[in-house]
Design a protein around this ligand. Structure first.
Ligand SMILES: Nc1ncnc2c1ncn2[C@@H]1O[C@H](COP(=O)(O)OP(=O)(O)OP(=O)(O)O)[C@@H](O)[C@H]1O
Ligand SMILES: [Mg+2]
Length: 236
């Protein structure tokens, strides 16, 4: 397994936000974590990326314990997160934002290659806008930029927190197609979504989280057929 989360609990002050969560991610898969508002999806991703240390349990990435490491150390090991709400640097250009994603890398040639062969290939809109201030991009373009920036660290595992949130149906479709393409080229992805329909269509494996607990997991195609999932997350 590329990533193993074992029995983690994460507290904010004294309140547990997620409890005894376990999940694993096999290399080459898209794994989705679906759940309603406040269920603990972002908290789980923050624990994996090192932004919030769990109070119990362990997290292994490529076999190595990462649950006590700082976020930049985890990033250097090959894990990149696109946070909820994108968080691009609004006063910097598109190109400057993208290069920020590569700041831990040394090889300038490789960085230039990834800019062309990974980012601009999947996001041709960004190539047309390299000099534009990131804050003036549309919501969908900012999502693309945030994803492109994460890909510039050449991650083995990409964490996406609600990439479809607030986007038009057309833009959601575009983002979904890009996630599918990136995956087809070998990227392993954890996709957090409230849009369960979209997430279950993209993923191979899925986890359902409710009030801080994983209540269901399995192959995404099985969860799509599950009556409880249909009722709660797919609109009947
Ligand atoms: N910084 C924080 N301080 C205190 N409590 C927090 C903090 N962040 C999240 N929580 C609480 O932890 C729980 C899980 O929140 P989390 O953001 O992980 O949910 P989520 O599934 O990502 O929800 P959403 O779909 O709204 O993004 C919620 O009860 C939330 O109020
Ligand atoms: Mg969230």
């Amino acid at each position: 397994m590329l990533l193993e989360v074992k029995d983690i609990t994460v507290h904010y002050f004294k309140v547990p936000a997620v409890r005894n969560i376990s999940m694993s991610v096999q290399e080459g898969d898209i794994v989705t974590l679906i759940g309603s508002n406040g269920a603990g999806k972002t908290t789980t991703l923050r624990a994996i990326s090192g932004l919030k240390h769990p109070s119990k349990g362990e997290i292994r990435f490529g076999g190595k314990r990462i649950d006590r490491l700082a976020p930049h150390r985890i990033n250097a090991l090959g894990l990149a997160m696109v946070p909820e709400g994108r968080r691009v640097f609004p006063q910097m250009t598109v190109l400057e934002n993208l290069l920020m994603g590569a700041f831990l890398r040394k090889d300038k040639n490789e960085i230039q290659k990834d800019l062309e062969n990974v980012v601009f290939k999947h996001f041709p809109r960004l190539k047309e806008r390299t000099k534009q201030m990131a804050g003036t991009l549309s919501g969908g373009e900012q999502q693309m930029l945030a994803m492109g920036r994460a890909l510039m660290s050449a991650p083995k595992l990409l964490l996406l927190d609600e990439p479809s949130l607030g986007l038009s149906p057309i833009m959601c479709g575009e983002i979904a197609a890009i996630i599918r393409d990136i995956h087809r080229e070998g990227e392993t992805v954890i996709l957090v979504e409230q849009n369960a329909r979209l997430a279950l269509a993209l993923a191979q494996h899925a986890y359902v989280i409710e009030t801080g607990n994983i209540v269901l997991s399995g192959p995404a195609r099985k969860l799509r057929e599950n009556d409880d999932v249909k009722k709660a997350y797919l609109g009947g």
